[in-house]
Unconditional design. Structure first.
Length: 148
């Protein structure tokens, strides 16, 4: 399990390597309970992420579940996606498989959303950065990288 959240592009590269490579989507993070995939009628019990971060993701979701907050997670809306940030050319942290989007329907980019405060706190305690605190809020988004 990684214990230090990388800060800035150079540290992301040093920690996770080149975006979009097989390492970025070869990790398998198992969920403690199924989650609905946003915009579908399908459920997942695992998802693909960066190989070095699977254990971190499992740990944060296990804590959310153990604290009785699982019902606050309505949908899983993605992890690995080799693409630029929305509306930009800079790579998204999704291209490394180091971020997840949750409850997208009620936490749209540019809004304050309705993400549960305790869920946010657990992610932050585990080293993740919450997109709801970005200059342009993205409350569905949690990433394992700072100042990027």
């Amino acid at each position: 399990m990684l214990n230090a959240t990388p800060e800035g592009h150079a540290k992301i590269l040093a920690t996770f390597g080149t975006a979009g490579t097989p390492l970025c989507h070869s990790g398998v993070a198992k969920l403690p309970e199924q989650l609905l995939v946003g915009g579908t009628d399908k459920h997942i019990t695992k998802f693909y992420c960066h190989a070095f971060l699977a254990e971190n993701f499992e740990h944060v979701f296990a804590r959310i579940h153990a604290e009785g907050l699982w019902p606050k997670l309505v949908t899983f809306d993605g992890c690995f996606n080799n693409r630029p940030q929305k509306g930009g050319t800079k790579l998204s942290t999704h291209a490394w498989g180091i971020s997840v989007d949750l409850n997208a329907a009620t936490n749209a980019l540019g809004t304050s959303g309705d993400m549960d405060a305790r869920v946010v706190e657990i992610f932050k305690e585990e080293g993740f950065v919450w997109g709801g605190e970005f200059g342009r809020p993205d409350p569905m988004h949690f990433q394992y990288a700072r100042k990027y």
